[in-house]
Ligand binder design. Structure first.
Ligand code: ADP
Ligand code: MG
Length: 316
């Protein structure tokens, strides 16, 4: 279960109430953000001396136990990784058994490619017992495009031989109004995760609000910074609580790509690095869907075919 590191900034020698206040005001209350800062950066931003900044950073780093880990420890942690099946054996195989806990799985693709449907499917299958491919847990569903459909949950859970009413009661849906609200919903997630036995977080879609809230070229850097922090927060939740995170993403067409598929995911390098597994979904022949695994750290790259039916995802 979650190993919580309680760090009170107030307890660091030489750090007064005023400094804590300053840090909180500029959004540096999260120890991880402090831990990855440089003393000069922190000193400038919080308007404190560089020596104090260095002291704060080193204390936080010590407490957070940031540094090297031996590979056997990592392997040990990997053994607790669990998977949620997708309804399609083909897709499960492509994913190495299903979508993983302690990881962020992203699906990107055109409108109608099946990104949301996969989210609905996972929200149901996570509730199945472990020996049936679920995690016997609940789901947090952050809906940013107003496309969550409880009717689909009813259909899919029936097909999985689950009680629809029960399944619906275990999906906690929040409609995010803008990117700030979306960030806040994730920040508040730990309480819900513990209280409701949450094993899956879905964000459908991760990027739409960020895209809408930060227009203009001048805002790109700010957007990527916020997105980066948001994604790190999601990864920390995935690790700390051993839960799966599924996010969807939109695509854009790059006119400068003359050969091959010009469809690229939005979110740039920030998202490319943060997502552990990236699935590219597209329409195939006769109503099928094609999923391609992109850049997986431990899986072969490849493609597979599945279908979306009234009962959810299935093989062809
Ligand atoms: P997006 O990638 O934009 O999120 P969706 O995941 O919502 O797209 O996929 C929409 C597609 O899912 C529809 O075009 C349709 O092919 C399929 N679909 C949705 N509901 C049903 C249903 N009840 N029965 C069969 N197919 C469905
Ligand atoms: Mg959708």
């Amino acid at each position: 279960m979650a190993k919580k590191t309680q760090i009170n900034l107030e307890d660091i020698p030489g750090v007064g109430e005023k400094t804590v206040e300053k840090l909180k005001n500029i959004g540096y209350a999260d120890p991880m953000v402090i831990a990855v800062s440089s003393p000069t950066e922190l000193a400038n931003i919080a308007d404190i001396g560089e020596a104090t900044a260095a002291k704060i950073i080193s204390t936080v780093r010590e407490k957070l136990d940031i540094g090297y880990e031996t590979a056997d420890k990592i392997l040990e942690k990997r053994t607790t990784v669990a998977k949620i099946i997708t309804g399609s054996k083909n897709l499960d195989n492509l994913l190495g058994g299903g979508i993983e806990t302690q990881a962020i799985t992203e699906a990107y693709g055109q409108y109608g490619s099946g990104k949301s449907q996969l989210g609905f499917q996972l929200s149901c299958s996570v509730q199945m017992p472990k020996d049936k491919g679920g995690l016997d847990g609940a789901c947090l569903f952050i809906d940013t495009e107003n496309t969550f459909r409880p009717e689909r949950i009813v259909q899919i859970s029936r097909a999985l031989k689950l009680e629809p009413e029960k399944v619906l009661r275990n999906i906690f849906v929040a409609r995010a109004f803008n990117s700030e609200h979306q960030i806040l919903l994730v920040e508040k997630a730990p309480e819900m995760i513990e209280e409701k036995k949450v094993k899956l977080i879905v964000i459908d879609s991760l990027t739409s609000h960020f895209r809408a809230d930060f227009v203009g070229r001048g805002e790109l850097a700010g957007r990527q910074q916020k997105l980066n922090k948001h994604l790190h927060q999601l990864q920390r939740l995935a690790d700390a609580y051993n839960i799966a995170v599924y996010i969807t993403n939109q695509v854009m067409s790059r006119p400068d790509i003359l050969f091959g598929d010009p469809t690229v995911p939005i979110g740039g390098h920030v998202l490319a690095h943060a997502a552990t597994y990236r699935l590219y979904l597209r329409r195939g022949k006769e109503g099928t869907r094609i999923a391609r695994m992109i850049d997986a750290p431990n899986l072969v790259e490849g493609e597979t075919v599945f279908r979306i039916t009234e009962n959810g995802l299935t093989d062809v």
